[in-house]
Design a binder for this molecule. Structure first.
Ligand code: MHO
Length: 222
């Protein structure tokens, strides 16, 4: 084995990703809907979503961490390609996947839309009204302006994937610190949590140049 360039580990040769548009062409949505592991996986397998990151927002404490959250809430920040999915599509997923009739007493897990601009605010409020009409009562889900998003610790990013036996270890070895920003990891994180459909899974897996051990492990699980 050639040890002349120890900085390049063999596993990194497999670190492939789908071609995602640069951040200048994407938009960002931020939602709190309980423990952030779940929505990280759910949105990760939503078509048009480019990246997902979990973190803390909605409060005033400076530099929150998981064990020192202050008044912040666990949120997922979703970067999406507006050519392939809309903010309204993401709001649909949001409203369909939490109980809007009463909010969670614990700030850490409250249901909240954190809006980035006036358009998002308008869509969030319009859809909240629609949900209230359908339920025939008030909706307790909060809508607030996003102030600042604090990225959560690495071990919380793509948690479902990380905690999947074999696969988690293999993929964290391949991606290391870049797992959080990988579109492929976002999709796989959703797939192992049971999201996504058969066709979406087949297409993505066929397009990847992942090590055979990882591929067969994914195929066995999804
Ligand atoms: N402590 C809970 C939720 C974790 S979450 C990141 C658990 O272990 O399931 O708040």
């Amino acid at each position: 084995m050639d040890r002349s360039n120890p900085s390049v580990s063999p596993a990194r040769e497999f670190a492939v990703d789908t071609v995602a548009p640069p951040p200048s062409e994407t938009e960002v949505a931020t939602f709190g809907m309980g423990c952030f592991w779940g929505p990280d996986a759910r949105f990760g397998s939503t078509d048009g979503v480019v990246r997902t990151r979990v973190g803390y927002a909605g409060g005033t404490a400076v530099d929150p961490t998981y064990h020192s959250l202050g008044d912040h809430t666990e949120v997922v920040q979703i970067e999406y390609d507006p050519e392939r999915c809309s903010y309204a599509d993401l709001l649909d997923v949001f409203w369909s996947n939490h109980d809007p009739r009463s909010n969670i007493a614990k700030t850490q897990y409250r249901n909240v839309v954190l809006t980035a601009n006036a358009d998002q605010r308008e869509s969030a409020e319009r859809t909240r009204k629609r949900v209230a009409d359908r339920l025939g009562g008030a909706v307790a889900t909060d809508i607030e302006q996003l102030d600042r998003f604090y990225l959560a610790e690495n071990y919380h990013q793509k948690y479902e994937l990380r905690s999947t036996p074999v696969l988690g270890d293999e993929l964290t070895d391949i991606y290391d610190e870049t797992l959080v920003d990988s579109t492929v990891a976002a999709r796989l994180n959703g797939f192992v949590a049971g999201h996504g459909d058969e066709q979406q899974r087949r297409e993505l897996l066929a397009s990847l140049d992942l090590p055979p051990t990882v591929l067969s492990e994914i195929r066995r699980r999804v």
